[in-house]
Ligand binder design. Structure first.
Ligand SMILES: C[S@@+](CC[C@H](N)C(=O)[O-])C[C@H]1O[C@@H](n2cnc3c(N)ncnc32)[C@H](O)[C@@H]1O
Length: 297
């Protein structure tokens, strides 16, 4: 069978099995198996496939038909302005999370004063790396990536190198903001500082996870947020409250949510930070659904 014939066969199989991007994916699958780019497939379309090449392609097709994510097969995912390495220890970056980056860049790109950017639950590092790539020009800015999972942090560090940001971002294993608070207890580096905290913490419920046929391949620790999905945000807000009271930080906190969680989270914010003046804004995604809560304290 030639490359062209195999590409057509792959497309048909993916289409029959309801894979949405079957055209692009079939080419990606052949490219991955042959370790060649798309141009090679076009210019060598009449080349006959060897038996082991054919087997490799079939193996990937089989994985895809079981809905195993293509990003885990290729080990790569594009997000905002860069390509990121991903594996089964990291969540696959989602396009809706780009909203956090857009919101922050809009305001911070022209800002001459330095700020401390902290990404809580960094995973592949896609959020803090995308931000640092643009905001590193201001030498007063500092960047931190925190995650409870050491394996995810390993991937985030690799992505920092891959994106030429080596040593620009400090990564720590941390339960939410715990490690930053510990460092601050020693040297008060947060005193009176302006913080931008970004958090795409696990916010799904058991029901939401069970409804999605693909999500089961991604790490549970990156997805499940407790009964109403908001446990991690509530814990983080209590840590922010303490930092506000003890260190007089000014913070802007960006939290990604499921659209139905908006009112619950807003109520929780008001409860947890009850004696502290707050400003709360909701940002909608491209589908006009509530996706981001931005809290200023
Ligand atoms: C929804 S994923 C987001 C990953 C990445 N920020 C992104 O947008 O693709 C949530 C991340 O939070 C991490 N996480 C879970 N519990 C945590 C905790 N208690 N403290 C810090 N990170 C945690 C997970 O390991 C996972 O990497």
């Amino acid at each position: 069978m030639t490359i062209k014939e195999k590409t057509i066969e792959t497309k048909e199989k993916l289409l029959e099995n309801g894979i949405e991007n079957y055209i692009l994916e079939s080419e990606t699958i052949i490219s991955l198996a042959l370790k060649k780019d798309r141009l090679f497939l076009i210019t060598n379309s009449q080349k006959k496939l060897k038996e082991n090449e054919n087997k490799k392609i079939n193996k990937i097709i089989e994985q895809r038909l079981k809905l195993y994510p293509l990003a885990y097969i290729s080990g790569k995912k594009n997000f905002y302005n860069s390509e990121f390495e991903v594996n089964k220890d990291t969540l696959i970056p989602r396009p809706e999370s780009e909203l956090i980056i857009e919101e922050i860049i809009k305001k911070e790109e022209q800002n001459k004063n330095g700020k401390i950017f902290i990404d809580v639950g960094t995973g592949s590092g896609c959020l803090i790396i995308s931000l640092a790539k643009i905001l590193q020009n201001n030498k007063k800015n500092c960047f931190y990536g925190l995650d409870i999972c050491p394996k995810a942090l390993k991937v985030a560090k690799k992505n920092t190198k891959k994106n030429n940001l080596n040593k620009k971002i400090n990564f720590y294993q941390s339960n939410l903001l715990e490690k930053i608070i510990k460092i601050n207890n020693k040297n008060n580096f947060l005193n009176n500082k302006n913080l931008i905290i970004i958090a795409n913490l696990p916010y799904l419920t058991k029901e939401e996870i069970s409804k999605s046929p693909t999500i089961k391949f991604e790490p549970k620790k990156a997805l499940y947020g407790g009964l109403d999905g908001l446990n991690f945000y509530r814990k983080m807000l209590k840590q922010v409250k303490k930092l506000k009271e003890d260190n007089k930080i000014k913070a802007e906190i960006h939290m990604e949510i499921s659209p139905w969680q908006k009112n619950i989270l807003v109520k929780d914010i008001k409860n947890i930070l009850k004696n502290i003046p707050t400003e709360i804004k909701t940002i909608k995604d491209l589908n006009r659904k509530n996706r981001l809560i931005v809290l200023k304290v």
